[in-house]
Write a protein that binds this ligand. Structure first.
Ligand code: SF4
Ligand code: SF4
Length: 104
């Protein structure tokens, strides 16, 4: 699960349901719920929800702890990473950026 709904904030306006390109959101028990198996993690619902009820799972603290531990650390990058770093033409720079974060 990469995206989820903070149920207390959801006003059941259906905006995210309409705007999800993967049809990965349904209303269950009066709240918008992400269907994990269908979600492609595009983030669109987090942008269109005016209530801030759609959020990404945040693993930054977990990664920080891993990086701070002694020993070698490897990062596995999703094959889709060039889509996120579309302004970087030399993708070796991304390797340098990951190293700068503390990975080996
Ligand atoms: S856009 Fe936000 S408030 Fe509206 S249904 Fe989706 S999660 Fe709920
Ligand atoms: S992240 Fe994208 S695919 Fe996943 S639920 Fe939100 S809009 Fe749909």
């Amino acid at each position: 699960m990469l995206v989820y709904t903070i149920k207390e904030l959801c006003r059941t306006c259906y905006t995210c349901v309409r705007e999800c390109p993967a049809r990965a959101i349904r209303i269950v028990g009066g709240q918008a719920e992400v269907i994990t198996e269908r979600c492609v993690a595009c983030g669109n619902c987090t942008k269109v929800c005016s209530q801030g009820a759609k959020v990404f799972v945040n693993t930054v603290d977990m990664v920080r702890k891993v990086v701070e531990k002694p020993g070698k650390k490897a990062a596995l990058v999703a094959p889709s990473f060039p889509a996120e770093f579309h302004d970087i033409t030399d993708h070796r720079m991304v390797v340098g950026m990951i190293r700068a974060l503390g990975f080996d």
